[in-house]
Design a protein around this ligand. Structure first.
Ligand SMILES: [Zn+2]
Length: 292
């Protein structure tokens, strides 16, 4: 009985094996096509700036430069892409020491952002003009710097920033929408304040490195800043350093700038097109009148 069906069983097994073999080859072929498509998609997903860098390199390759020049240009591009950046910011100025701060920044070819008070701008218009001429960013910090007055209402906060904006425009011809509210946006700047300021085009900037320079003597603030900068750098962030336009900060600024230079940090000014950095409000913001 088994002998009778043996040829049929062998034939069936052979057909089955052939079928499995053909399907196996088909599967391998489809998998390799998919992998190819995936890697093409990855190439297409280059960020815009990386694509720019690629375009630049291609443009260089098209030119008649020799190979050594090409290498140098590629290196320059990669340094720009991989650079470490830091934002230096000075509040409450200008003052009698603004010139000293500007001289030190110039010496290190460093750029900063100045959040200035309106009455101080009127007292030191020449310092404000030079700040612009030197290529720094000029920004607004209000008029009174008194929390009861500035945060009295949405309108009072808006009025202070608009007054400061107009004074800066009159002195320098620059219309700035960059603002830092007195004591930072926490705890007083509630959502309704943020809404009014934002609707009027203002960009609110806080900080992630507090120098406490107003509270520390001599050069102590420098070590305080360096410790925080190192921590942020390790976590892959960009330090935004709060300092003040005051004597001791100015006198010891070169120590901080030497450190930043030695550790390959490049200073950048805050640009209005950047996404602004703000503290998170959560439930820590409150109205001075007791409301929320
Ligand atoms: Zn201030």
């Amino acid at each position: 009985m088994i002998k009778k069906y043996q040829p049929i069983i062998i034939c069936s097994l052979a057909v089955l094996l052939l079928f499995v073999f053909i399907e196996g080859i088909k599967f391998i072929s489809i998998s390799s096509t998919e992998n190819k498509q995936e890697s093409e998609q990855i190439l297409d997903n280059h960020p815009e700036d990386e694509q720019d860098a690629t375009d630049q390199i291609e443009a260089i390759n098209d030119s008649d430069k020799d190979e050594e020049d090409e290498d140098e240009d590629e290196d320059a591009t990669s340094v720009e892409e991989d650079g470490k950046f830091v934002y230096l910011t000075f509040d409450d100025g200008p003052s009698s020491v603004t010139t000293e701060i500007l001289d030190t920044l110039e010496q290190f070819n460093a750029k900063a952002t100045f959040f200035m008070l309106e009455p101080a701008m009127r007292s030191y218009p020449e310092a404000v003009k030079r700040t612009v001429e030197d290529g720094h960013a000029v920004a607004l910090h209000g008029v009174t710097h008194q929390k009861e007055k500035f945060y009295h209402s949405e309108q009072s906060a808006l009025d202070e920033m608009k007054t400061a904006q107009e004074t800066l425009l009159n002195i320098t011809g620059v219309q700035s929408y960059l603002i830092r509210t007195p004591y930072g946006s926490i705890p007083y700047l509630t959502d309704s304040f943020r809404k009014v300021l934002t609707e009027n085009g203002f960009k609110i900037w806080d900080w992630n490195v507090d120098s406490s320079d107003w509270n520390l003597s001599k050069d102590q603030y420098v070590q305080n800043v360096i410790a925080q900068v190192e921590k942020i750098d390790k976590s892959g962030g960009t330090p935004i350093i709060l300092m003040h336009d005051r004597g001791e900060t100015a006198h010891h600024l070169s120590t901080l700038l030497s450190y930043l230079q030695k550790h390959d940090f490049q200073t950048r000014i805050i640009d209005e097109n950047l996404e602004s950095y703000q503290f998170n409000c959560y439930d820590r913001c409150y109205r001075l009148d007791g409301g929320n």
